[in-house]
Design a protein around this ligand. Structure first.
Ligand SMILES: [Zn+2]
Length: 278
C-alpha cells in the first residue's frame, strides 16, 4: 500500500471546474475503490487548474490500465473528454516497494477483514498479507462482490465491538459458517479457488471460548476434528491458524475470552436433529 496524489488538470480549452467534472472524478475514484485499485477513502479537493485527490493505492502499479475494469476505463474516457488530459499519479514517500506479490506459489489463500481494515480481503497464506485483488484472474463482478462482502463484514464487526443491542446477532453472523454473511464470504472463496487453483479458506472468528475442552472443539460445519497439529504457516504470522477444516475450507483462531460460557456455544458445531434432514 502506498500513499498517492492523483492530479486532474484541466487542459482542454474552455474546460471548467464545474460540478459535472467533479462528479465524474468522484465516480471514477469510487469505482477504483470498489474494484480494489484504491484502498479505503479518498479526499478530493480543487486546485488552481483542476482537482487533486489524496488516497492509498493498493500497489504502486494500481493505476495501470491493465488492472482497471471496463467500468473505470469508461469513466476515465469521460473525464478525458471533459478535461483533455489523463490524471497524473504521484506516489508519495521515499522507499517505494514495487515488488509484485508471488501469489501463484502460495499453498493457500484466505479471505479475512475486520472493523479497522480497509485493504483487500484476499490474504496470502504464507504471510497473512493482503493481496491487491486485481492481481488475481477475477472478473469486475467478482471484485465488486469481494468489496461488498468486506464492507458488510466490517459493519458487522463494528456493531459487535460497540456491544449494543445488536452485539450478539452481529457476532453470530461472523462466527457461524452458514450465516448470511459467511455464506457470501464462502462463495467468494469458491470463486477465488476456482479461478486460481489455490485452496482458499474462509476465516471464522472465535472470541468467547470454553474453559475446558476448547482445544477439542469441532469444525462448526461438518463436526470433524479440525485442531491443527502442525503449523500451517510461519508461527508469527496471523495465518498460522489453530483450526483448519480442509473439506469445508474453513480456518479459525483460538478464543480470546473465557469469561462467558453462555456465549461460547455460539459458532460451535450443533448436531442436526433428525427432523432437520427429513
Ligand atoms: Zn468441516
Amino acid at each position: 500500500m502506498v500513499a498517492a496524489k492523483l492530479i486532474f488538470n484541466l487542459s482542454k480549452k474552455g474546460s471548467d471546474k464545474d460540478c459535472e467534472v467533479r462528479d465524474l472524478i468522484e465516480g471514477y475514484l469510487a469505482g477504483l475503490s470498489k474494484y480494489g485499485n484504491i484502498w479505503g477513502e479518498f479526499v478530493l479537493s480543487s486546485k488552481k487548474k483542476g482537482f487533486q485527490a489524496y488516497t492509498y493505492l493498493s500497489h504502486p502499479n494500481a493505476m495501470a490500465k491493465k488492472y482497471q475494469t471496463k467500468h473505470t476505463k469508461k469513466d476515465l474516457e469521460n473525464i478525458y473528454e471533459k478535461i483533455g488530459e489523463n490524471p497524473k499519479c504521484e506516489i508519495l514517500g521515499d522507499k517505494i516497494d514495487r515488488t509484485v506479490p508471488k501469489w501463484k506459489t502460495e499453498s493457500f489463500l484466505y479471505i479475512f477483514t475486520h472493523a479497522f481494515d480497509f485493504t483487500s480481503p484476499v490474504c496470502l497464506g504464507s504471510s497473512g498479507k493482503a493481496l491487491p485483488i486485481y492481481f488475481l484472474p477475477l472478473s469486475a463482478g467478482d471484485r465488486e462482490r469481494a468489496y461488498f462482502w468486506a464492507s458488510s463484514y466490517r459493519d458487522h464487526d463494528r456493531i459487535w465491538l460497540s456491544s449494543d443491542e445488536l452485539e450478539i446477532p452481529a457476532y453470530k453472523q461472523m462466527v457461524e459458517p452458514d450465516s448470511g454473511l459467511s455464506k457470501k464470504g464462502r462463495k467468494i472463496c469458491d470463486i477465488v479457488e476456482k479461478k486460481t487453483g489455490i485452496p482458499t479458506y474462509y476465516f471464522l472468528n472465535r472470541y468467547w471460548g470454553r474453559i475446558e475442552n476448547e482445544d477439542n472443539r469441532l469444525c462448526p460445519r461438518c463436526g470433524s476434528e479440525w485442531r491443527v497439529e502442525e503449523e500451517i504457516a510461519p508461527s508469527k504470522s496471523f495465518s498460522n491458524f489453530a483450526f483448519q477444516c480442509k473439506p469445508c475450507r474453513l480456518v479459525s483462531c483460538e478464543a480470546d475470552s473465557f469469561e462467558d460460557e453462555r456465549h461460547a456455544r455460539i459458532g460451535e458445531y450443533k448436531l442436526k436433529k433428525s427432523t432437520d434432514t427429513d
